[in-house]
Design a protein around this ligand. Structure first.
Ligand SMILES: *Cc1c(COP(=O)(O)O)cnc(C)c1O
Length: 314
């Protein structure tokens, strides 16, 4: 199966890759140009970087003749939702190994897991301790014994083929920007962007989680040195959220009509605007920020916000 067929199978005949210029007084005051690349518009479920990361993996899976794939994720994982949908479209059986045994009883209330199950994904819940061993041979062998042969996609879908797909996010005209910004989870997306950037550009990654392991992960996939991780905007850790972040996301949507997700892109755009105010970018700088999608996670996050009596994402 060639790529155009994969695109057709996934109903992605045309990618609506829009550049949207952001006009905010704040940016104009500092003489900074910010453009958002709307990768979130690629597809409602296989959105943004998850489509990019799946693309060559699905080609590989077809070429090697696998009938099944297995991957890993948390309860609100964009990767689980995207993989479940894409696998269904490809006629491939999908198994999702989900972090947190306690979710098993409540999976029906979780919008992401509910969606994945409706696409035909088989959910296999494991404890957090076991989940932590997801790359170790012993656990993987137990999965092969249980499910038979499968194509293995790592957590977040990140591997060399995923990085290759993410290199296609940037096109020739994007080399006109001084900075390329993206949110970082497992590091696959930023690795592709670094490989596709030109040496005079700087790639800034905004990790959505705490931890210093990311830098080494990225170094496995890139040789370029024109990048930096900005570690100050994770808001306390992965999927941690505050009323001020919710408020920021809501106001930004009002001002620009661009919806941001609370786990990744909301934190990145918050970070970019904060850095602009702090004088990080020199006057005349142009920034291309990648909207990597993730909007499917909003209903799940709103359930949590409601329980905590915090404002909801509009
Ligand atoms: C998964 C995801 C990321 C992180 O991508 P990595 O390749 O894992 O670093 C960023 N943004 C969104 C919206 C995502 O869903």
């Amino acid at each position: 199966m060639d790529l155009s067929e994969v695109l057709q199978v996934m109903n992605l005949k045309s990618l609506h890759l829009q550049h949207q210029e952001i006009h905010l007084e704040k940016l104009e005051r500092y003489g900074i140009r910010l453009v958002i690349k709307r990768e979130d518009l690629i597809h409602p479920f296989v959105s943004g970087n998850k489509y990019r990361k799946l693309k060559y993996n699905l080609v590989e899976l077809q070429e090697k003749g696998y009938a099944k794939l297995l991957t890993f994720g948390g309860a609100y994982s964009n990767h689980i939702a995207a993989t479940a949908y894409a696998a269904k479209e490809q006629g491939v059986k999908a198994i999702g190994v989900i972090r947190g045994e306690e979710l098993k009883a409540k999976a029906g209330e979780n919008p992401t897991l509910n969606f994945a199950r409706k696409q035909g994904m088989e959910l296999h819940f494991v404890s957090r301790e076991i989940y932590r061993t997801k790359t170790q041979p012993m656990f993987l062998e137990s999965l092969y014994r249980r499910f038979g042969d499968f194509y293995l996609l790592p957590e977040g879908g990140t591997n060399a083929l995923a990085v290759k797909g993410c290199e296609e996010i940037l096109v020739e005209k994007d080399s006109a920007f001084d900075y390329i910004c993206c949110a970082v989870g497992t590091g696959g997306t930023i690795s592709g962007l670094i490989n596709a950037s030109t040496v005079h550009q700087k790639v800034l990654g905004f990790p959505a989680l705490k931890g210093s392991f990311l830098k080494n992960e990225i170094c496995n996939f890139v040789s370029g040195k024109n990048w930096e991780l900005i570690e100050d905007y994770h808001f306390g850790g992965y999927a941690k959220i505050s009323a001020s972040l919710v408020n920021f996301i809501n106001v930004f949507k009002e001002q620009t009509a661009i919806p941001l997700d609370p786990v990744y892109t909301g934190k990145m755009i918050y970070g970019i605007l904060d850095l602009a105010e702090k004088g990080y970018f020199s006057r005349g700088s142009s920034i291309l920020a990648i909207h990597t999608g993730g909007l499917q996670g909003i209903p799940g996050m709103n359930q949590i916000l409601k329980r905590k009596q915090l404002p909801l994402i509009q």
